[in-house]
Design a protein around this ligand. Structure first.
Ligand SMILES: NC(=O)N[C@@H](O)C(=O)O
Length: 167
């Protein structure tokens, strides 16, 4: 069974940066008002105009067969009401290699800003079907291509023991 790393808790710097929307996190700037708390990313999540998308997904277990990547844009993944999991492979690889892939869990209250070129699968719900937002520059000059994993598919499981509450 592939171990999952948890965004906001574990080191995910091979694939991007974690945003932890919580007081005391270096990844955000906090502003407080009467009945509200802002947690704004300390760094820009993009260097260009972006699109906002929502993807509706089923629950684990899922077998990940293919990944895509974008050399022209970072991509930010934001869970809504349930934690999500995806497979990633570092940008140094020409194709996604199964034995170099890692499963990342993105708990509610966090987001993952993937580096340009990071191989990634879609996300799936850890314990429920859910939906997540993603933010990236969509550019018809760079169409997305889903590439088969070299080395066979990646199995994902519902692992309740690692479902994380990082806030
Ligand atoms: N489904 C999903 O997450 N897609 C995105 O990663 C994308 O870049 O298309």
């Amino acid at each position: 069974m592939s171990k999952r790393l948890v965004v906001g808790k574990d080191d995910v710097s091979k694939w991007g940066i974690a945003l932890l929307f919580s007081p005391g996190s270096d990844s955000v700037v906090v502003t407080n008002g009467d009945g509200w708390h802002d947690f704004k990313s300390a760094a820009k999540i993009s260097d260009g105009a972006v699109n906002l998308a929502m993807t509706q997904v089923s629950v684990l277990p899922k077998r990940i067969e293919r990944m895509e990547r974008h050399d022209h844009t970072k991509e930010t993944l934001c869970p809504t009401n349930h934690s999500i999991v995806l497979g990633v492979c570092a940008k140094e690889f020409d194709v996604p290699e199964t034995d170099q892939c890692v499963l990342l869990e993105i708990p509610c209250g966090t987001a993952l800003v993937m580096d340009k070129g990071t191989w990634h699968s879609p996300c799936f719900g850890v314990s429920e079907p859910t939906q997540y937002y993603w933010i990236a520059t969509s550019d018809p000059r760079f169409p997305s291509e889903w590439i088969p994993l070299a080395g066979g598919s990646l199995e994902t499981y519902m692992e309740t023991e690692s479902d994380s509450d990082v806030l």
